[in-house]
Design a protein. Structure first.
Length: 250
């Protein structure tokens, strides 16, 4: 067995990481979002923040690719690409904060951001302005900082899309495409900055299977007329992950 796989099998909390990523994949498959919001708070209990981000992105690559064909047909591609381009410029700033901040601080930020997003949606926050190019770029830039710092690449964008009242099919497709683009940007920036090592690759390879199976199961469950049910389930699972990942339980 290759040494990097032996190291991966010795990863603290590997079984919990696999089960969490399986659940995250199911939610991602039927809702189009939520995988990082579920996985990152819990994974931060066991691993350094930079490793968690890399495992979330690389470990979810197979599942993400499997969702892209349908998303490309339904997404508003020009709008999504504009946001991702803006995010690419600000990801390095988020990674710099990640490299200097204490682990517990990052965990509190992750939990706080995830809780704020779900709370805003549950309590009916709505954005009523028009998403012109300037606003789209601003949203993407904010998301880039957050993605680089915490691995939560989607909350800022997802919050605006879900609160906009757009159709579930379009929201799901836009978020899938956006998250795929930003994942590539974040992992490339981390590799260039030397924030992750090869040992992370072994863990990510092991976790590709549960995430892929989860996304396929979730995608098979997706029926547009059950939009409200999907959102409620996603909110509940995210809230559970946030509570579990709080540093107060250490």
């Amino acid at each position: 067995m290759p040494e990097f796989l032996q190291t991966a099998l010795a990863t603290p909390g590997l079984v919990w990481l696999a089960l969490t990523l399986l659940a995250a994949g199911v939610v991602r498959g039927f809702a189009g979002f939520g995988s990082a919001l579920i996985f990152v708070p819990i994974a931060n209990i066991f691993l350094p923040a930079a490793d968690v981000i890399a495992i979330m992105i690389v470990g979810g690559a197979t599942g993400t690719v499997s969702l892209l064909p349908r998303a490309l047909k339904q997404a508003e591609i020009k709008e999504v690409v504009s946001m991702a381009a803006a995010a690419a410029l600000t990801v390095p700033l988020g990674l710099w904060v990640l490299s200097i901040a204490p682990q517990d601080t990052i965990r509190w930020i992750v939990s706080g951001c995830a809780a704020a997003m779900v709370g805003a949606l549950i309590f009916g926050w709505r954005y009523h302005g028009r998403l012109d190019l300037m606003r789209i770029v601003a949203i993407g830039a904010m998301a880039g900082v957050m993605g680089g710092m915490t691995g939560l690449t989607g909350p800022v964008v997802i919050l605006f899309y879900l609160a906009s009242g757009a159709k579930a099919v379009v929201v799901r497709a836009n978020t899938i495409l956006y998250l795929a683009l930003l994942d590539v940007i974040v992992i490339a920036s981390m590799l260039l900055g030397g924030l992750i090592g090869w040992h992370v690759l072994g863990v990510a390879l092991l976790l590709n299977l549960p995430y892929f199976l989860g996304t396929q199961a979730g995608q098979a469950m997706f029926v547009p007329r059950y939009e409200n049910l999907y959102r409620r389930v996603a909110y509940g699972v995210i809230c559970l992950a946030v509570l579990t990942g709080l540093p107060i339980w250490d």
